[in-house]
Design a protein around this ligand. Structure first.
Ligand code: ADP
Ligand code: MG
Length: 242
C-alpha cells in the first residue's frame, strides 16, 4: 500500500425524504488498498457507491478523491479523475458487442488523444483477455451468461484506467468457478488501482481485503483488518448473526 488517502468521506449522508439511507458516514480508503464494504441488505452499501461515483447526489457531508472535493462533480468528471464503478444492476449496452462495450470505455477515457482506433482496439482485447473473456469479443453482451456479463463489467470499468475501482457485488449470481476466477483477477490488479469492493461472499472478502468496513442501517459500524472485524462482537451481533 502507498502512504496516502485516496478517498475520504466525511459525514456523508443520503436521505430519501425522511429516510436516512446513509447517515453521516466517515470512511477513509488508503491508496493501493483492497478495501471491502460488507453489511446486511439495506445497510446503505450501494447508496455509498452512488455517492462516490456521483450517480446519486450527496444530501450532506463531503467526498474527496486524492484531496480534491468531488462532492458536487458529475459522474464523467469523476471518471476523468480515475473513479470507475460497476453497479449492482448492469449498465452494459446489451445490443452492442462485447468488444464494443469495452472500446466505448477505452475511447471515453482516452478521447481524441488516442493514437489510433487500432490502439484502442488492442487495449480492449487485452482487457477482455485479462478478465477471461478473450473468445467472446464478437458476441453481443446479451448473448453472455450472467457470470460473463459481470466479467465484462469489470473489463469496462478497467477500460477507463481507474485509480479507484468500485465493485458492487461483482460475484453475485456467479458460479463458484467464476467467483474463483474473478477473485484471482482482482488479486492480480496492479497496486495503482485501489479497490473498494462490496460483496456478500465473505470467503471472497476475507481472501482479498486488507481492510474491511462494516455498515449497518445506513451507518458506519466498524473499520478494521479482516481479523479485527471477524473478532468484533458488535459486528457479529449486527451482521454475522452469531
Ligand atoms: P445495500 O446496497 O446495502 O443493500 P442500499 O444502499 O441499496 O443498501 O439501500 C439502503 C436503503 O436505502 C434501503 O433501505 C433502500 O430501500 C433505501 N433506498 C435505496 N435507494 C432508494 C431510493 N431511490 N428511494 C428510496 N429509498 C431507497
Ligand atoms: Mg446493494
Amino acid at each position: 500500500m502507498t502512504d496516502h488517502d485516496l478517498l475520504e468521506l466525511r459525514r456523508a449522508s443520503r436521505h430519501f425524504g425522511s429516510f436516512r439511507a446513509l447517515d453521516e458516514v466517515d470512511l477513509t480508503v488508503r491508496a493501493g488498498a483492497r478495501h471491502a464494504v460488507i453489511g446486511p441488505n439495506g445497510a446503505g452499501k450501494s447508496t455509498l457507491f452512488g455517492l462516490i461515483s456521483g450517480t446519486l447526489p450527496t444530501t450532506a457531508g463531503t467526498i474527496h478523491v486524492d484531496g480534491r472535493d468531488v462532492t458536487r462533480l458529475p459522474v464523467h468528471r469523476r471518471v476523468g479523475l480515475g473513479v470507475a464503478a460497476t453497479f449492482q444492476h448492469s449498465s452494459l449496452f446489451l445490443r452492442e458487442t462485447v468488444l464494443e462495450n469495452v472500446l466505448l470505455a477505452v475511447v471515453r477515457r482516452t478521447g481524441s488523444r488516442a493514437g489510433s482506433r487500432d490502439a484502442a482496439i488492442a487495449k480492449a482485447h487485452e482487457l477482455l483477455d485479462r478478465v477471461g473473456l478473450p473468445a467472446r469479443h464478437g458476441l453481443t453482451a446479451a448473448e453472455l451468461s450472467h457470470g460473463e456479463r459481470r466479467q465484462l463489467e469489470v473489463a469496462v470499468a478497467l477500460g477507463t484506467e481507474p485509480r479507484l475501482l468500485l465493485l458492487d457485488e461483482p460475484a453475485a449470481g456467479m458460479s463458484p468457478a467464476e467467483t474463483a476466477r474473478l477473485t484471482e483477477l482482482i488479486a492480480a490488479l496492479p497496486r495503482e488501482v485501489t479497490v473498494l469492493l462490496i460483496e456478500h461472499d465473505l470467503d471472497m472478502v476475507f481472501e482479498l481485503a486488507d481492510t474491511v468496513t462494516v455498515m449497518h442501517l445506513g451507518r458506519h459500524l466498524k473499520t478494521g483488518s479482516p481479523d479485527e472485524v471477524r473478532a468484533s462482537a458488535e459486528v457479529q451481533t449486527a451482521y454475522l448473526g452469531t
